[in-house]
Ligand binder design. Structure first.
Ligand code: ATP
Ligand code: MG
Length: 310
């Protein structure tokens, strides 16, 4: 873990996540190539890139679902164990691009499941339901209800997860992830399928999570959401990190726009001055304009959680 001090002597940010030279190959396909990324305490970092760029694969390498072919991932200075439940226990929680809830359990029960890495009570204690177990269970319920309130789902505690509207299922995934008391939260397309109001509410929720001292790394295709929210943004293209910087730097980078449009920048067709639609400005707006009120401004074709999380 690296800690630096500011000129005033106050403690500065600490590196929470440090991924170095992470490569993930599947047979002949290199889905992630030598990607390095850090997330500091107090930060919200965005990960963007076109479909198939390797974003989810990179998340999977951070969370023990995949063991990277090469590279190293540390959390608060310690190399992460290659097992998802141990990574959660270490302090990293995540949500999935494809919602993974227990559909036939209640909202509250789903959050309680997220707490299991933080409860010490073992199997016998649960079977015998002794005083230690009952006390731990009451504390877990209280914490789970707090989280439901935090995410705005308190009135839905007894509903079956499968009966929640889509946007609320995504919120429930966040509540469940928070139940493991993480120091770092990874969100894989948290607003996919949400309406504009839900997206704005999710933005506020992520800020509130950060304000509780939890660092956030978020994958999203909604550029307005990303550029409003993030302190830093990295763009992956074909498994490689193309650009990293502040939202201003990344949204001004023509290579990012070209990557989203599927046009190699050097080979971009010359503008036709006779055709007002054929301008980089117009193309750019549809991809990166953070001021537009048009909520379809995000690149298209990403709003459904298709495929699996592999
Ligand atoms: N388990 C796997 N086996 C083989 N190929 C895989 C596996 N997981 C991912 N891939 C491939 O790796 C590449 C990156 O996929 P990934 O899902 O990480 O992209 P992504 O950036 O998350 O895309 P999207 O924005 O569509 O979610 C794709 O070509 C995908 O088919
Ligand atoms: Mg993905």
């Amino acid at each position: 873990m690296s800690t630096t001090a500011t000129a005033t002597g106050a403690p500065a940010a600490t590196t929470v996540l440090n991924a170095t030279d992470v490569t993930m190959r599947f047979g002949g396909l290199t889905a992630v190539r030598s990607v390095g990324l850090t997330v500091d305490s107090g930060e919200i970092v965005g990960l963007i890139g076109p479909n198939g760029a390797g974003k989810t694969t990179f998340f999977n390498c951070l969370t023990g679902l995949y063991v990277p072919t090469e590279g190293r991932v540390t959390y608060k200075g310690t190399v992460l164990p290659p097992k998802p439940h141990l990574v959660t226990k270490a302090g990293i929680a995540r949500t999935f691009q494809n919602i993974r809830l227990f559909a036939n359990m209640t909202v509250l029960e789903n959050v309680l499941i997220g707490r299991h890495t933080r409860t010490k009570e073992g199997l016998w204690s649960a079977i015998l339901r002794g005083p230690g177990f009952r006390k731990a269970e009451a504390a877990s319920r209280e914490r789970a209800m707090e989280l439901l309130e935090f995410t705005g789902l308190q009135d839905k505690a007894d509903h079956l997860a499968r009966n929640l509207p889509y946007g609320e299922q995504r919120k429930l995934e966040i509540a469940r992830a928070l139940a493991s008391d993480p120091g770092l939260l990874l969100l894989d397309e948290p607003t996919a399928g949400m309406n504009p109001q839900e997206t704005r509410a999710t933005e506020e929720l992520v800020f509130a999570i950060r304000d509780q001292g939890i660092a956030v790394l978020v994958i999203e295709h909604d550029m307005r959401f990303i550029f409003n929210l993030c302190d830093r943004v990295a763009c992956l293209v074909q498994g490689e990190k193309l650009v990293e910087g502040t939202p201003e730097v990344v949204q001004a980078d023509e290579r990012v726009v070209a990557a989203y449009l599927g046009t190699p920048y050097e080979e971009a067709p010359a503008k036709d001055p006779a055709d007002p639609a054929d301008t980089a400005t117009d193309s750019t707006r549809s991809t990166t304009d953070t001021t537009s009120t048009d909520d379809t401004a995000a690149p298209a074709a990403h709003d459904t959680p298709d495929g699996d999380d592999r």
